[in-house]
Design a protein around this ligand. Structure first.
Ligand code: AR6
Length: 170
């Protein structure tokens, strides 16, 4: 069974098999987690992303899907890039957010990754309310059929940490 752990901190400082990036469809970088991963991981990650865009991901990575690259200089073997949905008050995009967690774990299984660090996908620039983002993250990982041994949610601040902790006790 998959163990779920929580840490407060910077996802780029984790020692794990795979780090999940809250990317955008372009795969060519951005702010938040994405910016931090490319900064600390170095140019090898972007080089692989560019190759993916030149190949089968010519139109970019669709929302809810995931793809893996090298982790460059991070203390990990792979970065799994996934694209969260932008939160919308008028449309329920929860299934796409759940898909990010599920598809990232599926990629992790394909790679043989046993430990995976996730950020709170979509809860930054993409505006997803933290409590609901935490609920979807924890429920989806709990229900996933995966060989991953540890899913570590890496939460940037106390508010995010508390939101995830509240889900874990339910
Ligand atoms: N480690 C852990 N968590 C972090 C870190 C970090 N180093 N930095 C930010 N967070 P975001 P999104 C938290 O905006 O909402 C990018 O420009 C942050 O506080 O990184 O999915 C991409 O290129 C928040 O709770 O991702 C996309 O365009 C959570 O991580 C867009 O942002 C996610 O915030 C994706 O937006």
């Amino acid at each position: 069974m998959t163990r779920i752990t929580l840490v407060r901190g910077d996802i780029t400082r984790q020692s794990v098999d795979a780090v999940v990036n809250a990317a955008n469809s372009s795969l060519l970088g951005g702010g938040g987690v994405d910016g931090a991963i490319h900064r600390r991981g170095g140019p090898a990650i972007l080089a692989e992303c560019r190759k993916l865009r030149a190949g089968h991901l010519g139109k970019g990575l669709p929302t809810g899907q995931a793809v893996a690259t090298t982790a460059g200089e991070l203390d990990a073997r792979w970065v799994i890039h996934t694209v969260g949905p932008v939160h919308a008050a008028t449309e329920d995009r929860s299934a796409l957010l759940a898909s990010c967690y599920r598809e990232s774990l599926r990629r992790a299984d394909e790679l043989g990754a046993r430990t995976v660090a996730f950020p709170a996908i979509s809860t930054g620039v993409y505006g997803w309310p933290m409590d609901d983002g935490a609920r979807i993250a924890v429920t989806t990982v709990r229900e996933a059929d995966t060989a991953v041994e540890e899913v570590r949610f890496v939460l940037f601040d106390e508010r995010a940490y508390d939101a995830f902790a509240a889900q874990l006790v339910l």
